[in-house]
Ligand binder design. Structure first.
Ligand SMILES: [Zn+2]
Length: 367
């Protein structure tokens, strides 16, 4: 339902999304002027609020009350609990093939029974295979006026260029320290508590990680095991942490992601110059940056990518300190193996087999 301008003027739909002013301002503007594009691509680091924003947009489209924030109407409640018939979230930790995409495309072609528009959210869109991406191109380009796609990814460069070019891009970024504090307050946590401070330090600008660290003892146990494991590398011994990692694949994945970004930061020369920061930024799988523009923008001191790159670098350095990572050669090589492992599970189906290989390659490092 596209509300008329009058009734939406006083409602701030994205007030609950903290630290993403650029994408949410753009969304608000598009929404209020009824010019929302058919296919969005939300990209940026994991755990910063891309899915939360997509679900908020879905609520804005479907909410039955004028108040919206803290709304408990049928629609908002159903979207929160994942049971709304017209808001579909596809979230996979393995490849999304042609058959699955064809089902979505077929669904996109059907009108909703209650006459509302369908919102189809594909989390981790980088898992869409080439064949599946090609099969969906026509639909993504012109979904029709009763369906909207939101593709979410932390590695936009991995998407088919033809899929990227058919999407309206919104970039999400890591939160600053002050924004993270605001986030903790918004979820009712006190910044004075030790557990809040620990979680903030661990999360490094990612509210998603903050929440997991703060509220799950199991997650903290897995990460702490992994930290111990990392400190003992390379021992060639199959430790409990690998077993516990199997129990919580997503946690392992995110932790590995953080580690490898810390490791890349550690490889930068002290006080890395513009070129190094650019390289680091690009290594985060973002779009290639035009070096000429980069220099000019750097001098102008107002380039977003520049400040984003620098922020990511500082945060990664901070993480390294938090984990007390003393990267000797053995550990650095082990982390390289960990990066290989991440590549494998990103593009192969079996986490378990990749983990086995990781274990054997780490064992091989001993000698
Ligand atoms: Zn509502």
């Amino acid at each position: 339902m596209q509300p008329d301008t009058k009734s939406t003027e006083s409602v701030s739909y994205f007030a609950g999304i903290i630290g993403q002013d650029v994408p949410t301002d753009v969304l608000t503007h598009l929404f209020k002027s009824s010019r929302l594009p058919g296919t969005f691509l939300f990209h940026g680091p994991g755990g910063v609020g891309k899915l939360a924003t997509a679900l908020t947009l879905a609520r804005a489209l479907h909410c039955k009350s004028g108040s919206f924030n803290n709304c408990d109407c049928d629609s908002c409640r159903a979207i929160r609990t994942g049971s709304h018939p017209d808001v579909i979230v596809l979230s996979r930790e393995k490849q999304i093939g042609v058959d699955e995409i064809r089902e979505l495309v077929a669904l996109a072609g059907l009108r909703s029974t209650v006459g509302q528009e369908r919102v189809i959210i594909i989390d981790r869109a980088e898992y869409i295979t080439t064949a599946a991406g090609n099969a969906a191109l026509k639909t993504l380009e012109e979904p029709g006026d009763h369906v909207r796609f939101i593709l979410i990814t932390d590695t936009p460069a991995r998407l088919l260029s033809t899929v990227r070019s058919r999407s309206y891009h919104l970039r999400f970024s890591l939160l600053t320290g002050a924004e993270m504090i605001r986030f903790t307050e918004s979820v009712g946590d006190s910044a004075n508590e030790t557990s809040t401070r620990d979680a903030l330090e661990f999360a490094n600008g990612r509210p998603g990680l903050y929440l997991r660290w703060k509220h799950s003892q199991e997650y903290r146990d897995v990460v702490n095991d992994l930290k111990t494991w990392l400190k003992q590398l390379p021992t060639g011994k199959r430790t409990a942490s690998i077993e516990s990692a199997l129990k919580w694949k997503k946690a392992f994945w995110e932790f590995a992601e953080l580690l490898s970004s810390a490791e890349r930061a550690a490889n930068l020369p002290r006080g890395g110059d513009a070129f190094e920061i650019r390289r680091y930024y690009e290594s985060q799988s973002e779009y290639p940056v035009n070096p000429v523009n980069w220099r000019v923008e750097e001098r102008a001191g107002k380039d977003r990518r520049w400040s984003q790159g620098r922020k990511a670098l500082l945060l990664a350095g901070n993480l390294r300190r938090v984990l007390s990572l003393d990267l000797d050669t053995g550990k650095a090589r082990a982390i390289t193996r960990l990066q290989d492992f991440m590549e494998k599970i990103r593009f192969n189906c079996s986490f378990d087999i990749a983990l086995e290989r990781l274990y054997f390659s780490l064992a091989g490092l001993k000698g």
